[in-house]
Design a protein around this ligand. Structure first.
Ligand SMILES: C[S@@+](CC[C@H](N)C(=O)[O-])C[C@H]1O[C@@H](n2cnc3c(N)ncnc32)[C@H](O)[C@@H]1O
Length: 308
């Protein structure tokens, strides 16, 4: 089956023409799908990506033997089988582009500023929880675990730390859990990390070491639902290249809900420019040389920007 998802932010070239894909799809049928996608995932589909939606629907329908787009809509929106089908469709409709050590500046902030601040916290209990939100196939979560593990090894601090990666896409999460990647992906990992944390699996693949995999777990969570989630608060919330798929209002609401899962003193690291003019009474923008978009949570309402 042709993979329809391509580079982030780029228009996906349909493998068949739209007319061949879903002949006669009307504007109102199209709008119904756009509305469903936005309601359930938060993703906003710009007009110019219409062909992407149409082609993805057509490919999926052909795969499971549907010819009528309305019948497929009814199927997807009702019953247990429809729920299962929705997860397969979402997989097609979301962009999973990711790589190890994707944002070196954010990782430097983590290593040089955030982790030292965690261990210096008065009464630190020796625990560290990092949450990779929208982790796709796991490279980001493993990267964060490599950086943290290396930091604790180098500094001699003894920590019980874990990384949780969450995503809406079950297929991505299953790749993440396996921890096996094409050897081409290893070129993104700095050698000093690759030597410590990667093991050959077969001629084409490598495996994230068992020691590191034990630190990382994955779960399916829709970021729109995190407001109602219970669970242990994180020291670091790392959310990159996810918010770009939402409109401004939704982005702000998501970031607000992520704050609730941060410990006081914890830091939220976002992708460059992913929220503009966002403020929160308990969050202070972290000044840093690379201008990484990061905020620290305090118990007291924040007043001004602080140096890290
Ligand atoms: C482009 S990838 C980013 C991966 C990684 N954070 C990075 O920066 O390399 C975006 C991920 O967000 C996930 N996603 C999209 N909508 C989501 C939602 N509503 N809840 C959770 N994850 C979502 C997609 O499945 C995809 O894996």
């Amino acid at each position: 089956m042709t993979m329809v998802l391509a580079e982030e932010g780029q228009e996906v070239q349909p493998s068949t023409s739209m007319a061949d894909s879903l002949p006669g799809m009307t504007q109102s049928q199209f709008d119904r799908w756009v509305e469903l996608l936005e309601r359930r995932t938060g993703m906003v589909l710009p007009r110019e990506r219409r062909s992407f939606l149409v082609t993805s629907l057509a490919l999926r329908m052909r795969q499971i033997g549907y010819r009528d787009v309305d019948a497929y809509y009814e199927f997807v929106t009702s019953g247990l089988a429809g729920n299962i089908e929705w997860t397969a469709l979402v997989d097609r409709l979301t962009v999973h582009e990711t790589r190890f050590f994707r944002d070196p500046r954010a990782l430097r902030l983590l290593r040089e500023t955030v982790l030292p601040a965690v261990v210096a916290r008065p009464g630190w209990d020796g625990q560290l929880n990092i949450w990779s939100v929208g982790c796709s196939t796991g490279e980001e979560a493993y990267t964060l675990a490599m950086v943290a593990d290396r930091y604790f090894n180098d500094t001699g601090f003894v920590a019980r730390f874990g990384v949780t990666g969450t995503d809406i896409s079950l297929q991505s999460l299953s790749t993440a859990k396996a921890g096996t990647y094409s050897r081409r992906r290893a070129t993104d990992i700095p050698e000093e990390y690759a030597l410590r944390y990667c093991e050959p699996a077969d001629p084409e693949h490598f495996l994230v070491s068992r020691k590191l995999r034990r630190r990382v777990c994955f779960a399916q969570i829709n970021v729109l639902d995190v407001g109602g989630l219970a669970g242990r608060a994180a020291d670091v919330v790392y959310c990159q290249n996810l918010l770009i798929y939402f409109d401004r209002t939704r982005r702000q609401a998501i970031v607000d809900s992520l704050v609730k899962h941060l410990r006081p003193g914890g830091v939220m690291i976002l992708g460059a420019g992913e929220v503009l003019r966002w403020t929160h009474p308990h969050m202070t923008r972290l000044a840093n040389q690379d201008d990484v978009l990061a905020f620290r949570r305090s118990d007291e309402p924040a007043r001004r920007a602080v140096a890290p």
